[in-house]
Design a protein around this ligand. Structure first.
Ligand code: SF4
Length: 270
């Protein structure tokens, strides 16, 4: 059990640097709570990862290996993938600690592999389908609109220009709620794709790996970005840019506080 891990070293960022660029995750943090944004991005405070976050990280890491292998026209067997998973599980904790409760790690590791095993059996992606892009860093210059440069990493772009993002979740999502909850990310990815591919995406898919007792795969599909979505994102980026410039870092107490690792820092804030 590791219950008293110290936060990792802080790496503060200047306000001007944060105003110059924005990613979907940075924007989402800003929109959910500006004080959390301040702790994480301005002060650069890093907390030990939770078990749930680490499961998502490990699952994502193995899916990345699987996608990269298909891009190289390579085939990884389930045994090879499991060996990579075991290595990654131990290796990544050496760089960034995880906050495990007693006996939690073995169960979480089993959960993570069960999700991957299910995905490799039930994925809608054929094993011989070559991706268009895997884990590619992209950016879009929005200066013509007076907005920060948008940056991001696309997990996967399938043949047919379908942008795919992987989610590890605790509850079965409905299509409508998933699309709404991830709208910033889905719109940002479409903008990034268009800016870099010079083409319109074929669609945007969320592949949810659900951590229910019996793991489930839920695929939510959405078409190309609409003009209304683009306008919403631009307005949100405008609010981000102006708010960061004003240093408008106030707390937004709500349901999200139950999962916030900055709660002690937040209580001390005035
Ligand atoms: S505890 Fe709640 S209000 Fe405080 S920083 Fe976290 S999310 Fe924001």
């Amino acid at each position: 059990m590791i219950a008293t891990l110290e936060p990792q070293a802080a790496s503060a960022r200047p306000i001007e640097e944060l105003r110059a660029t924005a990613s979907a995750s940075r924007l989402n943090t800003w929109l959910s709570c500006r004080l959390k944004f301040y702790f994480h991005y301005v002060l650069g405070i890093r907390k030990p990862r939770t078990a749930s976050l680490y499961v998502g990280h490990a699952v994502h890491g193995v899916l990345k290996l699987w996608n990269q292998a298909r891009w190289r026209r390579d085939v990884l067997t389930t045994e090879q993938l499991k060996r990579r998973f075991n290595t990654l599980w131990w290796q990544d904790q050496r760089h960034s600690p995880v906050r495990w409760d007693d006996g939690e790690e073995a169960d979480e590791k089993q959960t993570a592999w069960s999700l991957l095993d299910l995905y490799f059996r039930e994925s809608p992606i054929p094993p011989n389908e070559r991706p268009q892009a895997v884990e590619v860093s992209v950016e879009a210059d929005l200066s013509a609109h007076g907005l920060p440069r948008l940056i991001g990493i696309l997990d996967l772009v399938r043949a047919g220009r379908r942008i795919v993002d992987f989610k590890t979740v605790g509850q079965t999502p409905s299509d409508e709620k998933a699309i709404h909850a991830h709208q910033v990310q889905l719109t940002a990815y479409a903008l990034l794709y268009r800016a870099n591919a010079g083409d319109i995406e074929g669609g945007r898919d969320l592949h949810h790996l659900v951590k229910t007792k019996t793991p489930k795969l839920v695929v939510t599909q959405q078409g190309p970005m609409t003009e209304a979505e683009r306008t919403r994102l631009f307005k949100q980026l405008e609010s981000y840019s102006e708010g960061v410039a004003r240093q408008d870092f106030v707390p937004s107490p709500g349901l999200q506080c139950s999962f916030c690792s900055f709660l002690p820092d937040c209580k001390a804030w005035h």
